[in-house]
Design a protein around this ligand. Structure first.
Ligand SMILES: [Zn+2]
Length: 287
């Protein structure tokens, strides 16, 4: 049977030999896929001892190749909505590290860095003005995204929040006036939240429960009660003011890449900070 190698006038080899030949070709061109160290917003401070990222402030990724572009355009993966997840996992050099374990803030830094290796830092996408609703193409500069490291211990002290040696944070609920302990969310938590949102959208009767889904994953204990069954029942009953307090606290402690940009509307000149959206243009820029 004739294969592509025959058509190229190359001898018919088995796959192993072809792989070796491809490696030799790349070597003769002195081509090594470059890697890059992505700064981790968490500085590795919230990974448990023994984790490959424990107290590490960078994560090594390799640049995207043509094969990665195949991953991004694979119909099969796209249908499952997992093309980007698969790509990011492939780019991580240390195979002991899975996306699931990465903190969401670190994962955001990884997504932005990966995109820059292939398509650069200029990101044009459609946004709609929060004031007048006008749709427009806006240019975001990925290089201007800065790391937010989370509150310092001094700042936490001022608002009576304690950082524990387990990497959790204890604050005090304003209405119930009891301690609440929260933790940072991981890539796996993010997947659980997306899954629940998807289920809610698919079933007609379900009301979306985004806020309580997030809280259920964030909250480690309330008033020292940490039994998951009790918490799952109690969390949807939290007073709104307490729920808002927890979400604000999370934002303050969460180390991440700050994705907000200055936005000036082309229609009505309204100015605001706008978070850059991860739309299809992010990994599939129009050319
Ligand atoms: Zn406007």
């Amino acid at each position: 049977m004739r294969n592509n190698l025959d058509r190229l006038g190359m001898p018919n080899q088995d796959t192993k030999q072809a792989d070796d030949a491809a490696a030799a070709l790349m070597q003769s061109l002195s081509f090594v896929v470059p890697t890059e160290h992505v700064d981790l917003p968490s500085k590795g401070l919230f990974y448990p001892e023994g984790h490959p990222l424990y107290q590490k402030d960078t994560l090594e990724i390799r640049y995207m190749t043509a094969k990665d572009e195949d991953t991004l355009t694979s119909r099969n993966l796209l249908k499952k909505g997992i093309a980007v997840e698969r790509l990011l996992q492939d780019l991580i050099v240390d195979k002991r590290i899975t996306l699931d374990q990465l903190l969401i803030g670190d994962k955001n830094a990884l997504i932005v860095a990966a995109r820059k290796t292939a398509y650069g830092s200029e990101y044009n996408t459609k946004v709609s003005c929060p004031s007048c609703g006008k749709n427009q193409t806006y240019e975001f500069d990925l290089d201007s995204c800065n790391i937010y490291e989370g509150c310092t211990d001094e700042q936490l002290n001022e608002v009576s929040v304690i950082r524990t040696d387990k990497g959790t944070f204890i604050g005090s609920l304003p209405i119930l006036k009891t301690p609440v302990e929260i933790r940072l969310l991981s890539g796996k938590d993010e997947q659980i939240i997306l899954q629940r949102q998807k289920q809610a959208q698919e079933s007609k009767n379900a009301i979306e429960t985004l806020y309580s889904d997030q809280l259920k994953l964030m909250i480690v204990s309330i008033n020292n009660v940490s039994d998951p069954k009790v918490l799952q029942q109690a969390i949807p009953l939290l007073p709104a003011k307490d729920s808002i307090y927890i979400r604000d606290l999370y934002k303050a402690i969460n180390p991440t890449l700050d994705l907000s940009h200055n936005f000036v509307c082309a229609g009505c000149s309204f100015e605001t900070r706008l978070e850059l959206p991860f739309t299809a243009d992010f990994f599939w820029p129009k050319r």
